[in-house]
Design a protein around this ligand. Structure first.
Ligand code: CA
Length: 168
């Protein structure tokens, strides 16, 4: 029925490119609550590896996140200016900018952003430098999706609590 098409196109304004929600897969059935889509958490994925990026994008979308995928550091900084990410999954090994520098720039532009670094196993120095640069958390590759989603849920709860606590 019509009640499932509430807000899908209402935020469409002229001059703005098609919202990411239009690229989402079709709902699997009438039990998908559109109310949750209206408050979707946007995750900026910064990953130059096509296979890992596609895996993350697919998995995040299937869990109800809105996904913006940037394949370079400069694209990530641009995306953070033009999109409204709540969280960032940031690969440290990028082709252009150093991931740690990207972290610093994202953090200075959006202090409330949750930044989770993706690092190769045992790169302890990267982890320390990244956390010093303002990252909130890190995951080691290969990414375990169960752990990824648990971390995102934990940070999401914290974001929600901060929203409720801050006066508007
Ligand atoms: Ca990489």
């Amino acid at each position: 029925g019509a009640r499932y098409r509430t807000s899908a196109t209402s935020s469409h304004s002229p001059g703005v490119r098609a919202p990411v929600s239009e690229r989402l897969p079709e709902p699997t059935g009438p039990s998908v609550p559109l109310a949750t889509l209206a408050v979707m958490t946007q995750v900026l994925v910064v990953e130059d590896d096509d296979a890992i990026g596609a895996l993350l994008e697919r998995s995040l979308r299937s869990h109800g996140y809105e996904v913006v995928w940037a394949r370079s550091g400069q694209a990530a900084v641009r995306a953070a200016q033009h999109e409204t990410p709540d969280m960032v999954l940031l690969d440290l090994g990028l082709p252009d900018l150093d991931g740690v520098e990207v972290c610093r720039q994202l953090r200075s532009g959006r202090p409330g952003l949750v930044i989770i670094m993706l690092t190769a196993r045992d790169e302890e120095i990267d982890v320390v430098v990244g956390l010093d640069a303002g990252a909130d958390d890190y995951l080691t590759k290969p990414i375990r999706l169960g752990e990824l989603h648990a971390r995102l849920r934990a940070h999401g709860r914290r974001l929600g609590a901060a929203d409720e606590a801050s006066p508007r």
